[in-house]
Design a protein around this ligand. Structure first.
Ligand code: CO
Length: 140
């Protein structure tokens, strides 16, 4: 059911510092501008790779869900992986039918790519926080 690996989410205390790592040490040549998603409590910046993206996420505001992660992983770390799906509602219902816990209300939210996303609890996913994202229309 899952399609392409869209991105790997990496939490960081500083997107600016992480950009230096990906650009200057790893040699990434295509890195987007940092932007905020206040409703999600994150700053986001995409590092574009030939076959995928790294989504750098930094806390935005006091209530950011990333603070807890950074408390456990002060220097940052791999936070989630995101797979594309054709239909987010069908994917959500399928996850629930199979006993997986969809985080939050379960209503899809608009993700960083402007398409609806859900998150599936790591306890059901082998310890990995999984984001499912509807494939942008016209992307294929
Ligand atoms: Co993501």
């Amino acid at each position: 059911m899952i399609g392409k690996l869209n991105h790997v989410g990496v939490a960081t205390p500083s997107i600016d510092e992480s950009v230096k790592l990906y650009r200057d040490v790893l040699g990434a040549t295509s890195i987007g501008e940092k932007f905020s998603m206040p409703e999600q409590g994150v700053w986001v910046c995409f590092v574009n790779l030939p076959n995928s993206q790294i989504e750098l996420i930094e806390p935005f505001g006091e209530g950011s869900p990333i603070h807890g992660f950074l408390a456990k992983n002060p220097s940052g770390g791999q936070h989630h992986i995101c797979f594309e799906v054709e239909d987010i509602i069908a994917a959500r219902d399928d996850m629930r039918a199979k006993g997986a816990t969809v985080l939050g209300t379960g209503e899809p939210r608009v993700g960083a790519h402007g398409t609806p996303v859900i998150f599936v609890h790591p306890k059901n996913m082998g310890g990995v926080l999984v984001e499912l994202m509807e494939t942008p229309k016209g992307a294929h």
